[in-house]
Structures are given as structure tokens and as C-alpha cells.
Design a protein around this ligand. Structure first.
Ligand code: HEM
Length: 138
């Protein structure tokens, strides 16, 4: 990740370790289910109409690894290949921004602030923009 994060001081550690990162993922999907129905509907849903447990688990494991924690995603699921994994999903500007709103609200819930917040806001915005694969509908 950023060159100024030491191996034992990655965003993963600054956020408070695996339990906190999993909480961040859980809050992220809570906001998606409650506030962004169009975005939620792009995902596999369970019988209650909420984003499925499988998607939640894969994203949480990815976040733990991507933020500098233990490698718990790629040995199980392979290389993240985020653009490929999102190819079947229509990601336009509106969905990018909805995704970023859910993540910002989740970080607010956990009180993520300061240097790590600035860094994460920037990284999430970059990756979400990189995943755009569809023109905006007028
Ligand atoms: C930009 C707007 C985004 C949209 C609309 C979106 C949508 C989705 C959807 C629909 C899935 C479920 C895929 C499936 O069920 O096959 C998914 C999975 C996933 N997304 Fe996103 N996503 C977005 C941004 C991001 C970003 C910024 C990241 C990473 C920082 C990310 C990481 C993931 C991961 C790791 C998975 C699970 C992949 C797997 O199946 O192992 N997504 N996303």
C-alpha cells in the first residue's frame, strides 16, 4: 500500500485489526441494505433481500488482506482481479458514488479519522473509479 506505512503499521493495524476490519465490512453492507437499494440489488441477495452472506464474507476477507492484514482472501479465492470480478456488474458513476457513500458511512460509524481516513478515502475512490465499466444513463 502506501510507502509510508511500515509492515507492522498498515491501515489494517491502525484500524484495530481483524475484528475491526470485519466490523467495517459489516457496517458497509448495513448501509448498502438500508440506504442504497439500487446498489444492493446488483449483488446476490438472500431470502430476506439482503446482500448474501457469501458476498459479505468474501469482501470482508478481501479487506483484511488488502489493508495489510493476514492473507485470508487470495489463498482461498485466488487473485482479487477486481475488474474481472466486477465485469458482470454494471458500474456507472452513480453506482460508484453509492458504493463510496456506504464506505464513508461505515468509516464514520467506526470513527475512522486522521491520516488513515484521508488515505483510505483516496484509495477507495481510486479503486471504485477504476471499476467503472458502463456509461452513465442520462
Ligand atoms: C464501484 C462500485 C462497486 C460496485 C457497483 C460493486 C459491486 C459488486 C458486486 C455486485 C459484487 C458481487 C459480485 C458477485 O456476486 O459476483 C461485488 C463483489 C466484490 N467487490 Fe465490489 N463493487 C464496487 C466497488 C468495489 C470496490 C471499490 C472494491 C474494493 C475496494 C470492491 C471489492 C469487491 C470484492 C472483494 C468483492 C467480492 C469478490 C469475490 O467474489 O470474491 N468492490 N462488488
Amino acid at each position: 500500500m502506501a510507502p509510508d506505512f511500515a509492515p507492522d503499521d498498515m491501515p489494517f493495524h491502525r484500524l484495530g485489526g481483524e475484528a475491526r476490519v470485519r466490523e467495517l465490512a459489516a457496517r458497509f453492507y448495513a448501509h448498502m441494505d438500508d440506504d442504497e437499494p439500487a446498489l444492493a440489488r446488483l449483488h446476490e441477495l438472500d431470502a430476506q433481500g439482503r446482500v448474501s452472506a457469501g458476498v459479505r464474507e468474501r469482501f470482508a476477507a478481501f479487506l483484511v488482506e488488502w489493508l495489510g492484514g493476514p492473507m485470508i482472501y487470495s489463498p482461498v479465492h485466488g487473485h482479487p482481479r477486481l475488474r474481472m470480478r466486477h465485469a458482470r456488474v454494471r458500474v456507472d458513476t452513480a453506482m460508484r458514488d453509492a458504493w463510496l457513500r456506504c464506505m464513508a458511512s461505515a468509516m464514520d460509524d467506526l470513527g475512522v479519522s486522521g491520516e488513515v481516513r484521508t488515505f483510505l478515502d483516496g484509495r477507495f475512490a481510486e479503486v471504485a473509479d477504476f471499476l467503472r465499466n458502463a456509461p452513465d444513463t442520462p
